[in-house]
Design a protein around this ligand. Structure first.
Ligand code: FAD
Ligand code: MLT
Ligand code: ZN
Length: 512
């Protein structure tokens, strides 16, 4: 039903026409509820039986509150039923029941998503993968790990550490997000620069489909060219095509030496020069190049919990821009030498005004705590943050921050009115996180931001979602980054796998 409406949208003749459509919906309110069935006592009782009883079935207001609310505080659903199936088979059976009885479903992992993808829009049944939390096998020869979708990223990494391996993915939400959620969002994170996309490191998946099929694509082969690579469809599908139940992943060798430098830089042009220099000097040892502007740093230092005690790494030389440059490898002396040469060159060439180096231990953790603490500090600051996660060419990467500041400032929204526009992100991957924080909810701010921000990105050939996905936040804005024929094909694929639209309605693709 939803897909049919989509097709007519996507049949627009040109990208410009699609922009016109998305623009009209860009800041539109929640789409109307599709004609799914309402959950009844009979449904609850049948689904309870499928998932193994009361312990895996939640209908009380207190438990449901957590399933209905997202991390950002911006999105809240009103589901009356959350399920935690104990096995992949039970996930598939619950899904089949929902499809057969016209109930909509939202798959949920660790619920750390930032685009409202993992929470219900209305009263969808939440199917959580939290109980699929076993690391099933680690092959120390090949580095292939097989894990349930509900394994927490950090727990998976700790298990791999026992074999001198690591998950080739790291992000600030590692303590809560699930590997199934990571795969479903195609999460990027802090070391994408070094290890690349999950499209490369996922070897196989097991997926529950809307009709109850448990699709076994759980290959552990590094090379497998037998037909279409179906698993790729589910990586980044945000739960709209199936529920990932098990993941086979190519782990990476765990580096024995990790060091980082925090450098202060005066101009954005010099930050670009620093990245080029880092690539040239650090080569294969470079494992992260993260960007933090002064406004982001200030938000972390001001908004931290008293227990954190984070300090400005360069208190004597405040600069507008900072880069956190990490090297990792297997030979500490070699990596240290490389990092030192890079820093010398950065200083000699007038790129870095100041810098500090941390090798392992508490110092290194503190530098990363600053970078990883930005989202939380912003979330604590006031009203729900306006979060934009975009890919933009480096030639104009920071312009989006200055242009947004100027735009809001013209309308009277600036530091003195408590509005902060901050920029940070994975600069090594040209992935900017533009965030706008205000102390109070004010819809006028939202209207000044959207659709302007999407037009800005689109007109520079960027992507409106570099890593967080579209969820419900950007489903209607997909046309800013994808041509109509691509959106049409996506809708057709959705129709094949989920013809009744059970899975995660109102997310990813424009809704009728
Ligand atoms: P959820 O939030 O539960 O779900 C996310 C989406 O995936 C939803 O659409 C949901 O329906 C779907 N889904 C979840 N599990 C499954 C499954 N098993 N099968 C099918 N669909 C499923 N993201 C990045 O990319 N890079 C970052 O650096 C990063 N840093 C973050 C830092 C913080 C502090 C926070 C709060 C979030 C951050 N995120 C980042 C966003 C988020 O953590 C990632 O998107 C993460 O991959 C989501 O995993 P999750 O298990 O929490 O999924
Ligand atoms: C990050 O890189 O910190 C995350 O993607 C989260 C965010 O954008 O706030
Ligand atoms: Zn990020």
């Amino acid at each position: 039903m939803a897909a049919a409406a989509l097709l007519s949208v996507a049949r627009q003749p040109s990208r410009t026409a699609l922009f016109a459509f998305t623009r009209s919906l860009g800041t539109a309110p929640t789409p109307p509820r599709h004609s799914f069935d309402k959950i009844s006592a009979q449904h609850i009782s049948a689904l309870k039986q499928i998932v193994g009883g009361d312990a895996n079935c939640f209908t009380d207001a207190t438990s449901l509150a957590a399933y209905n609310a997202d991390w950002t505080g911006r999105y809240r659903g009103s589901s009356q039923l959350a399920l935690r199936p104990p096995t992949p088979r039970a996930v598939a059976d619950a899904l089949k029941y929902c499809t057969q009885h016209g109930l909509a479903v939202v798959p949920q992992g660790g619920n750390t998503g930032l685009v409202g993808g993992g929470v219900p829009v209305y009263d969808e049944v939440v199917i959580s993968t939290a109980a699929l939390n076993a690391v099933e096998s680690v092959d120390a020869d090949s580095g292939c790990v097989v894990a349930g979708a509900g394994v927490v990223l950090q727990a998976l990494d700790e298990e791999l550490a026992k074999h001198n391996l690591m998950v080739p993915l790291d992000l600030g939400a590692k303590g809560s997000c699930h590997i199934g959620g990571n795969v479903s969002t195609n999460a990027g994170g802090l070391r994408y620069l070094r290890y690349g996309s999950l499209h490369g490191s996922v070897l196989g998946l097991e997926v529950a489909l809307a009709d109850g099929t448990l699709l076994d694509l759980l290959s552990t082969c590094r090379k497998d060219n037998t037909g279409y690579d179906l698993k790729q469809l589910f990586i980044g599908a945000e739960g709209t095509l199936g529920i990932v139940t098990r993941v086979a992943l190519q782990a990476a060798p765990r580096p024995s030496s990790v060091q980082a430098a925090w450098i202060g830089i005066q101009t954005f042009e010099d930050v670009r020069r620093a990245l080029r220099l880092a690539r040239r000097h650090l080569g294969e040892t470079l494992s992260a190049f993260e960007f933090v502007d002064r406004a982001s740093l200030d938000v972390v230092l001001e908004g931290q919990h008293a227990s954190m005690r984070l300090h400005d790494p360069l208190p004597d030389n405040p600069t507008p821009f900072h880069a956190l440059v990490e090297v990792s490898g297997s030979n500490e002396a070699h990596d240290t030498e490389k990092l030192e040469h890079f820093l010398e060159a950065a200083s000699e060439e007038g790129i870095a005004v100041d810098g500090t180096v941390a090798s392992g231990g508490r110092q290194l953790a503190e530098l990363w705590a600053i970078r990883e603490g930005i989202s939380e500090a912003l979330a604590r600051r006031g009203a729900p943050v306006y979060k934009y996660d975009v890919s933009i060419p480096l030639s104009c990467w920071y312009d989006i921050v200055t242009d947004m500041r100027a735009r809001l400032s013209e309308a009277g929204y600036n530091d003195s009115s408590g509005v902060r526009v901050v920029g940070y992100g994975h600069m090594g991957d040209a992935n900017m996180h533009l965030n706008i924080s205000s102390l109070e909810v004010d819809d006028r701010i939202g209207n000044l931001i959207e659709p302007w921000v999407y037009e800005w990105v689109s007109s520079r050939g960027g992507s409106i979602s570099a890593e967080h996905g579209l969820g419900q936040m950007k489903a209607s804005a997909i046309g800013y980054s994808k041509h109509p024929e691509a959106v049409r094909l996506m809708a057709q694929i959705k129709d094949v796998l989920d013809p009744s639209g059970t899975l995660n309605p109102y997310k990813v693709l424009p809704s009728s």
